[in-house]
Design a protein around this ligand. Structure first.
Ligand code: UDX
Length: 436
């Protein structure tokens, strides 16, 4: 099938390349010439495992191309909207400027019977508002949310847990559903659940999934706060409750909390939308989820201060990690980088290292010192602070090696990823999150 993808960021670029990899002819469109130039050369503009390979494969097969010219969308049967919906400046609601601009740009190039498939995360009610404009152009709007995780985006796009399509009622919706089933043919053939709903449900599936995940993380972080005043160990607690299949161990990793381009802004936009709908109280707990999450950053900073005897002024602090999570170079709302910036603000001599995210981190926080080489970064540190659980830090950094690099013996584990006993046995003072 011929497909177009409007917006070539984390979501759109992966979607375009993944669709080409399953046999479609795809054009990716974005207003940013630098992004398009990189993508056209088969270069991923951000770090995403597996993306580079499918980009090169798609381009050399002739099935995948990129352009800034939106008229290239003409002739595609399905047009995916994958532009960003950031948190609005000065508020909590989602900013829909890019979604509206993408639809406006696309309208003149639509033909009768085309399907426009929104993938961006939008406030519930958006699709119903956009639909008349798309219908007037002879096309059908569907809402087809994406659940991809950064770091696993290629796999999540080609082989998702489920597919969701919000479609209009009647024959038009049925036809659009069939077209989407054709688009996602490998997943459909394999029996992946394909859930067809109305617009509002599809939009809500996405935001409620992210709200649930954020709540799960803040729940365990709230337990970490209780553990901290009682001497309990939240990692053992998570293991124990996680054995209950109704609860499950995944997303019960206590630490400095969630960040990134999705969970923080999505729960805020959801709360803002619920208020607009007169149902603010239904999700008022999301404010608490957000507050718990942000408190964990304060806690990590306080641990470093306490561990260094009450002040970080002029202390050498090595921060392991800048990305909001491993296998990503994304520093949007990164708790890791936030902790580094706060320590710097308190007078510490902060060195940040990260296997992928230094370039992005430097762009937003040029005031910090960045060292690519992990061991070089650790040299002479008074304290090591692990904030992004890359394997390089969590599994591959032996306490004996760290001991050889510095005489400092303080390690603060913001992700509860290190072997506390091994670090203690090597003579280090180990501080975890919600652990004695
Ligand atoms: C998330 C959703 O998982 C995905 O389905 C949606 O489409 C987009 O948002 P992503 O932002 O890529 O994906 O990251 P995710 O893996 O969900 O992690 C989010 C944050 O939570 C990270 O900062 C991570 O470090 C943190 N996290 C995750 C925890 O603090 N504890 C955990 O147990 C799990």
């Amino acid at each position: 099938m011929r497909l177009s993808v409007i917006g070539c960021g984390y979501l759109g670029a992966v979607h375009a390349a993944a669709m080409a990899s399953i046999g479609h002819e795809v054009v990716g469109i974005d207003v940013d010439p630098a992004k398009i130039e990189a993508l056209s050369k088969g270069e991923a503009p951000f770090f995403e495992p597996g993306l580079q390979e499918i980009l090169i494969e798609g381009i050399s097969s002739g099935r995948l191309s990129f352009t800034t010219d939106v008229s290239a969308a003409a002739g595609a049967a399905v047009h995916f909207i994958g532009v960003g919906t950031p948190q609005e400046a000065g508020g909590y609601a989602a900013d829909l400027t890019y979604v509206n601009a993408a639809i406006d740009a696309l309208l003149p190039h639509l033909s009768d019977g085309d399907v426009v498939a929104g993938k961006s995360t939008v406030p519930v009610g958006t699709a119903a508002e956009l639909a008349p404009r798309v219908t007037a152009a002879g096309a059908t709007l569907v809402w087809n949310p994406e659940f991809l995780r950064e770091g696993w985006a290629v796999q999540d796009t080609i082989d998702p847990d489920r597919l969701v399509a919000g479609v209009p009622a009647g024959a038009e919706g049925e036809r659009a559903t069939e077209i989407l089933r054709e688009v996602y043919h490998p997943a459909v053939a394999k029996g992946t659940p394909f859930i067809v709903t109305d617009y509002a449900t599809a939009e809500l599936v996405k935001v409620s999934a992210n709200a649930f995940l954020a709540t799960k993380i803040s729940f365990i972080n709230a337990m970490a706060e209780i553990a901290e005043v009682t001497g309990a160990d939240v990692t053992q607690l998570a293991d124990a409750i996680g054995h209950d299949a109704r609860i499950g161990r995944r997303f019960l990793g206590a630490g400095i909390g969630f960040g990134g381009g999705c969970l923080p802004k999505d729960i805020r936009a959801f709360a803002a939308r619920a208020e607009e709908l007169g149902r603010g109280e239904s999700v008022s707990f999301l404010r608490e989820v957000d507050a718990i999450n942000l408190r964990r950053r304060d806690r990590a900073v306080q641990l470093v201060i306490d561990a260094l005897g009450g002040s970080v002024v002029d202390k050498n602090v090595t921060v392991l990690g800048a990305a909001f999570k491993p296998f990503s170079d994304d520093v949007r709302d990164s708790p890791a980088l936030d902790v580094a910036v706060r320590l710097y603000g308190l007078g510490a001599k902060v060195v940040v290292t990260d296997p992928q995210a230094i370039e992005n981190a430097r762009r937003v926080h040029p005031q910090l010192d960045y060292i690519t080489d992990r061991d070089e970064a650790i040299r002479d540190a008074d304290a090591i602070v692990l904030v992004t659980e890359w394997d390089e830090y969590r599994r591959e950094l032996a306490p004996e090696l760290a001991s050889a690099l510095t005489s400092g013996r303080v390690v603060v584990d913001g992700r509860n990823g290190l072997d506390a006993a091994a670090w203690r046995a090597a003579g280090w003072s180990y501080y975890g999150m919600g652990r004695p």
